[in-house]
Design a protein around this ligand. Structure first.
Ligand code: NAP
Length: 329
């Protein structure tokens, strides 16, 4: 199934005219989206919890942050830009009673809606506008006249205009400059959660550490191991982004390309592919999300232990030294 890629030419920004947006949370996405929307001429209210560490930053950026319920009540569109695992408690405890009748509730990731962690009232429009990149990139690209790819979807269309609102919102944060794909909450959520665990954040860093360990245990200098196994990942990332995987192979030496052919299938074996399918199964049956929410409610013991393990790996000490030299020169 292929979807057309939409761009600014397909967007009618009139769907946003006269509408105020409440941004709930001022973190990675909250700040970037708030700044891009304001630069696109949209009125933005910022909602923060009491004692928020981001209040000063929001004020420095020229906003006047409010309590979350007040901001939500002021928004025709209310974007929930706090971590996924706390959205349900926040919605049920504060926001559901505060939002206007007939408002549009927006998400940057479909998890809360797809797994039915909240049950929004039937008069609300429920939309997804998911930029496919971190908030810093969303803001930086917008500021230079570009954008990053975004996905949009509609889960509930009480007004009959939810799709137009989602498209216009995606345009206002700059995604129309790079491309907008129409998707569904299910596809965006499950593909994103699968990729996070089975490819990007769950596997590539572990491959880097395992390669580094292999070289260091065999007596190679840690600095050489760091450069080979970690620094060069940036070259790979840039090449596959620019040219695709086949194009990347054309840009590397014959030796590297022959080595790639020899190495392929030895690490990502049939067993690894079977494990990927199990990861997808745990995403689709909801067991991953249950673990995520349970960890948050206990104060993040699993996440904290995993951060401590990563920080204690010997590659970190070498990396600090290498990056200090690089950043000085
Ligand atoms: N990271 C990305 O760039 C990215 C990319 C695509 C989609 N998304 C999606 O965007 C959404 C937001 O993610 P994010 O990474 O931008 O979040 P984030 O940076 O972790 O969000 C931080 C903000 O959430 C507030 N917050 C955290 N816990 C809270 C709680 N229990 N009650 C009330 N406020 C709380 C923080 O409050 P304080 O200011 O008080 O600390 C802060 O303002 C998620 O749905 C995520 O999946 C993120």
């Amino acid at each position: 199934m292929t979807n057309p890629i939409l761009s600014d030419a397909d967007i009618d920004l009139a769907a946003m005219h006269g509408k105020a947006v409440a941004i709930i949370g001022y973190g990675n996405q909250g700040r970037a989206q708030a700044l891009n929307l304001r630069d696109s001429g949209i009125t933005v209210h910022i909602g923060l919890r009491p004692g928020s560490s981001r209040e000063a930053l929001a004020r420095d950026d020229g906003f006047d942050p409010q309590p979350m319920a007040d901001a939500a009540a002021a928004g025709d569109i209310v974007m929930l830009l706090v971590p996924d695992e706390v959205q349900a408690d926040l919605w049920n405890g504060t926001l559901a009673a505060a939002v206007r009748k007939g408002a549009t509730i927006g998400f940057a990731h479909g998890l809360t809606i797809h797994y039915k962690l909240i049950a929004p009232a039937p008069d609300l429009d429920i939309i997804l506008v998911a930029p496919k990149g971190p908030g810093k990139a969303l803001r930086a690209e917008y500021a230079t006249g570009r954008g990053i790819l975004g996905l949009i979807a509609v889960a509930q269309d009480a007004s009959g205009t939810a799709r137009a609102t989602a498209l216009a919102y995606a345009g206002a944060i700059g995604c129309g400059r790079a491309g907008i794909l129409e998707s569904s909450f299910q596809q965006e959520t499950e593909a994103d959660l699968f990729n996070e665990q089975g490819v990007l954040w769950g596997v590539i860093p572990e491959l880097i550490e395992a390669g580094f360990d292999t070289l260091v245990e065999a007596g190679f200098a840690p600095e050489i191991a760091y450069f080979e196994c970690l620094t060069e990942v940036k070259l790979l990332g840039d090449l596959v982004y620019e040219r695709g995987i086949a194009g990347m192979r054309e840009a590397i030496s014959n030796t590297a390309e022959f080595g790639a052919a020899q190495g392929s299938g030895r690490i990502v074996t049939e067993a690894a592919r079977a494990e990927m399918k199990r990861i997808l199964g745990e995403v689709q049956d909801g067991s991953f999300v249950r673990k995520l929410v349970a960890d948050a409610r206990k104060g993040y013991p699993t996440l904290t232990a995993s951060r401590a393990r990563a920080a204690a790996h010997p590659i970190e000490a070498v990396g600090q030294r290498m990056r200090a030299i690089r950043d000085k020169s």
